[in-house]
Design a protein around this ligand. Structure first.
Ligand SMILES: Cc1cc2nc3c(=O)[nH]c(=O)nc-3n(C[C@H](O)[C@H](O)[C@H](O)COP(=O)(O)O)c2cc1C
Length: 472
């Protein structure tokens, strides 16, 4: 393993940033051309989070293990000209609540989690317009493997794949990959930066026009257009090139969702999209300003990175009906369940909470875990400080992100206000909702037409690739 001096690392970073700019200029349309609301849905937890208890959920589909349900969701998303469906991933079975996995398994709280990679080609075939985002950890995987898998997925989806590059903040996942102690937060980001550098270099190692396929001359690929990368770093030594033909997008659309300082810097340096869980317009505006400042410091423009804000949408024909659906969903969630999920999210045992304790009482412990600190700070900033932990815990599953409940008009009013208020630079990713897949169906049937009627979202796909669509 080669350990680089700080100067050498900085020099390499400068070169790499210059390379990325060249790459961007050649192969990426600026997001600035579009003020559309871009639409995505997080479908990671449609099989858990009590949706399986709700009337209408999973009816007529074999549960979870087969592709029919997901293929149909892709078709629904395509009817709504949605840009992307997203699968998150963590590979652990949390034991934070009460010191064992009993609660998460009993309640089906973010458990089980299958590897969803094989679903992607099937969904892509069912819905040829929609893009797909898949998560792969920079802490537990190798950039060569990652570059190869995403190159293959980009080929097979014909240019509709995105990579959610996560640094992984969960203890039990660390334990499954051989770590007794989870790698420190900031070091995870140092490794992530090197990981992204290597992966991007591999995606560029074979030039887009390298394939000749001249049957008469017997010439397959132009050797002058295939390059070793000879990367030697602190974590990875990779010779290259990627033994693969360049894929339609050359590299996947890159997404990063960290809210901490290093997370924001990584997003600003490499990503085209960022996921964010800010909960109020004021906090969203602050986030956008902070991201724009970091983008400027790394030589990129605000419109090079769109933010997809996580939002839960509950739509019905009348406000009272939407509120009734909310009430029924909340009722289906056991009172303890939010705390179980909070424990998994922050690596802290909230089962020990005493009556009357508040979120702020756990701040030091959450900080000490160095996990999802950014999202916990967002809760401290935006949740009523007088609310007890029990009360908030009960609503955590439904209230931890932005929420819009009401008629299509009320929902689109809110989306428009949030979108315009943050510079119309990205869009929204739907979080969990009332039933699976009813919630996405309702969104496409009732909310999307109103968005399109107001000229806020696309009525047709901008192009065959995901990159064209997020820019269109
Ligand atoms: C919409 C969304 C999806 C996410 N998906 C994942 C995921 O699949 N796996 C994961 O480990 N973290 C996921 N995260 C968490 C972040 O990637 C990041 O690891 C976390 O926010 C901690 O980083 P930070 O300390 O920089 O805030 C997600 C976050 C958001 C907002």
């Amino acid at each position: 393993m080669t350990v680089w001096s700080v100067g050498a690392r900085r020099a390499c970073l400068r070169v790499e940033r210059a390379r990325i700019k060249v790459f961007d200029a050649k192969r990426r349309l600026p997001l600035s051309e579009s003020r559309n609301i871009h639409l995505a849905a997080d479908i990671s937890f449609l099989h858990t989070d009590y949706l399986w208890r709700m009337p209408g959920s999973w009816i007529g589909y074999p549960y979870y293990g087969t592709s029919e349900f997901y293929e149909d969701i892709a078709r629904v998303a395509e009817r709504g000209v949605m840009d992307m469906l997203f699968f998150g991933d963590t590979g652990g079975t949390p034991e934070d609540f009460g010191g064992s996995h009993e609660a998460v398994v009993k309640y089906g709280a973010k458990w089980p989690r299958h590897d969803m990679t094989p679903m992607i080609p099937l969904m892509a075939k069912a819905a040829p317009g929609v893009g797909f985002a898949l998560t792969m950890s920079t802490t537990y995987h190798h950039p060569f493997h990652c570059a190869r898998v995403f190159n293959a997925l980009d080929h097979v989806t014909r240019g509709r794949i995105a990579w959610n590059a996560v640094t992984s903040a969960y203890k039990n996942e660390a334990a499954n990959y051989g770590f007794d102690v989870m790698m420190d937060h900031d070091e995870r980001y140092v490794r992530a930066e090197e990981f992204l550098k290597v992966a991007c270099a591999l995606w560029e190692s074979v030039e887009p026009d390298a394939l000749i396929l001249d049957r008469q001359k017997g010439l397959y690929v132009d050797p002058a257009k295939v390059h070793r990368i000879d990367f030697r770093g602190r974590y990875f030594n990779v010779r290259g090139p990627l033994p693969a033909l360049p894929s339609p997008q050359c590299r996947p659309v890159i997404i990063q969702a960290g809210l901490s300082g290093p997370g924001m810097t990584l997003a600003a340096t490499y990503a085209e999209l960022q996921f964010s869980t800010r909960r109020t317009l004021a906090s969203m505006k602050q986030h956008r300003e902070a991201l724009d400042a970091i983008l400027a410091s790394v030589g990129r423009k605000p419109r090079d990175v769109g933010v997809l804000w996580s939002i839960r949408i509950q739509v019905a024909n009348s406000e009272s009906e939407a509120r009734e659906q909310e009430r029924r969903y909340l009722e289906a969630i056991p009172p303890q369940a939010g705390l179980v999920e909070m424990s998994a999210q922050y690596n802290v045992d909230f089962s020990i909470a005493k009556p009357g304790m508040r979120l702020a009482d756990f701040a030091d412990e959450v900080k000490a875990q160095k996990g999802n600190l950014g999202s916990f700070e967002e809760l401290l900033k935006t949740v009523d400080p007088q609310q007890s932990l029990e009360e908030f815990g009960h609503r955590f599953l439904v209230d931890r992100i932005l929420v819009a409940v009401g008629t299509p008009k009320q929902i689109v009013d809110k989306l428009e206000e949030l979108h315009e208020g943050t510079g119309a630079n990205g869009g929204f990713i739907l979080g969990r909702g009332f039933s699976a897949m009813g919630n996405i169906q309702d969104f496409v049937e009732h909310v999307v037409p109103e968005l399109q009627r107001r000229g806020l979202s696309k009525t047709e796909y901008a192009g065959p690739t995901l990159r064209e669509n997020i820019n269109g």
